[in-house]
Write a protein that binds this ligand. Structure first.
Ligand SMILES: C[S@@+](CC[C@H](N)C(=O)[O-])C[C@H]1O[C@@H](n2cnc3c(N)ncnc32)[C@H](O)[C@@H]1O
Length: 402
């Protein structure tokens, strides 16, 4: 089943498998690149530690096979008149192009769009890498696919001679309408600076794309009322632009953190009434929470307890977050947490000058309970041991100001 104007939390391969074939007009996909980097950022609000993992064990072949599975699902759900844009960069573009040809057919290739920009670089042994590649394919080039150049014209450039560049004789009227942009898009001409420099748009998501770039794609390849899908939606740039332009939309991301940011973005900037309860597929059971990535789990616990994730990169000396009442929080994504964890947490509390704190885990062993009792009686330290099940049952700490 496919629900529109909602965010799906999950691997897009399995989410898309549940969508009917030929149901989507436009897909923009901006998957994790093969960059072998681990992004860790402090988000716009300055507190929450978010991470975005982009690391591929097993090399480029693994990555390409992984991507091809997902490209196939995208191809299946695309209408006969639909279009597909895949955003990537030098890490994997050669490999992805071959996958795309295989899935879509060489003849349905339309463009290799190059987005070029400037930015700081400290390379001295090669030219700074300041381009991304966006491959544009259609499902069927003979099916009268939608492409509206009238919506995306840009002004002609005035030459120093006073003449206008690029206009053929007899086409003077075109100069008023502007020209169809080439397959290279550039930050100055096209207003597509990397988001790091766009204060107004910046949400702190490490790979956020500029709205102007999505605007061009969505205007060119979809009509009002069409359905736009983003299977790797990140902080929701494509769905926000799609909504603003009167398209229907569906966003998918495997990260619960990203899904929540998307919903917040839609609500705050566009007044769209999607609630967090409308994120389909958010983890809701102990088993699901056990398989979450560690930073996602940490974010989840902090959100449930109305706390904030510690802003320091590697945790605040054993403190993973802070509750609203100032109590430090430690999060363990494990069962049967023992005495040594409580011991270490006591040290962290002392270092932070606190005498109260909370440890969250799936379960605690006898040693952990004995140590908290000892710490209370002998050292005056108040350590609460809270299980994930208690949090799921809603037995959360109700904040009192310390
Ligand atoms: C490059 S970012 C997308 C950024 C987005 N275009 C924006 O403007 O914010 C890639 C996203 O893909 C998500 N992702 C990674 N693997 C995924 C999967 N299997 N299914 C769905 N999303 C996935 C990551 O969580 C990340 O948010």
């Amino acid at each position: 089943m496919l629900r529109e104007n909602v965010v799906y939390c999950g691997d897009c391969k399995s989410v898309l498998a549940g969508f009917p074939e030929k149901s989507v007009d436009l897909i923009y996909a901006d998957p994790p690149f093969f960059s072998n980097r681990h992004y860790e950022v402090v988000w716009g609000d300055g507190y929450e530690l978010r991470a975005f993992e982009d690391r591929w064990k097993g090399g480029i072949e693994n990555y390409t096979a992984w991507m091809e599975d997902r490209i196939r699902e995208c191809h299946r759900v695309l209408k006969e008149t639909g279009s597909f844009y895949l955003h990537c960069d030098f890490h994997a573009n050669a490999h992805l192009r071959i996958s795309l040809d295989r899935v879509f057919g060489k003849g349905n290739f339309r463009n290799e769009i190059i987005w070029c920009y400037t930015g700081p670089s400290n390379t001295k042994r090669y030219f700074p890498r300041k381009t991304d590649t966006i491959f544009f394919y259609v499902k069927n080039r003979d099916a009268n696919y939608f492409f509206d150049v009238e919506k995306i014209r840009v002004p002609y450039k005035k030459l120093e001679t006073g003449k206008t560049s690029g206009i053929f004789k007899g086409e003077a009227t075109l100069s008023e309408k502007g020209k169809i942009p080439e397959n290279w898009w550039e930050e100055k001409r096209d207003g597509m600076s990397p988001v790091g420099r766009l204060k107004r748009e910046r949400l702190g998501y490490p790979t956020q794309k500029p709205e102007a770039l999505l605007e061009r794609i969505i205007k060119a390849s979809s009509n009002e009322g069409d359905l736009v899908l983003d299977p790797f939606c990140g902080c929701g740039t494509s769905i926000a632009v799609a909504h603003r332009l009167g398209r229907r939309w569906v966003g998918i991301d495997v990260s619960p953190t990203a899904c929540k940011v998307m919903v917040r973005r839609m609500r705050r900037s566009l007044g769209v009434s999607v609630g967090e309860s409308e994120i389909i597929g958010l983890p809701r059971t102990v088993e699901e929470l056990k398989t979450m990535k560690p930073f996602e789990f940490q974010n989840w616990v902090c959100e449930q307890l109305n706390g904030q994730v510690s802003s320091k990169k590697s945790g605040d000396f054993g403190i993973d977050g802070w509750l609203i009442d100032g109590r430090p929080l430690q999060v363990k994504q494990s069962e049967n947490v023992g005495r040594n964890v409580v011991d270490n947490f006591e040290t962290a509390l002392r270092r932070a000058g606190r005498n109260r704190g909370v440890v969250v885990a799936f379960s605690f062993g006898k040693g952990a309970n004995e140590e908290t009792a000892r710490a209370r009686l002998q050292d005056g330290l108040e350590i609460e041991l809270k299980t994930v099940e208690e949090i799921l049952r809603g037995e959360n700490y109700s904040p009192e100001v310390a």
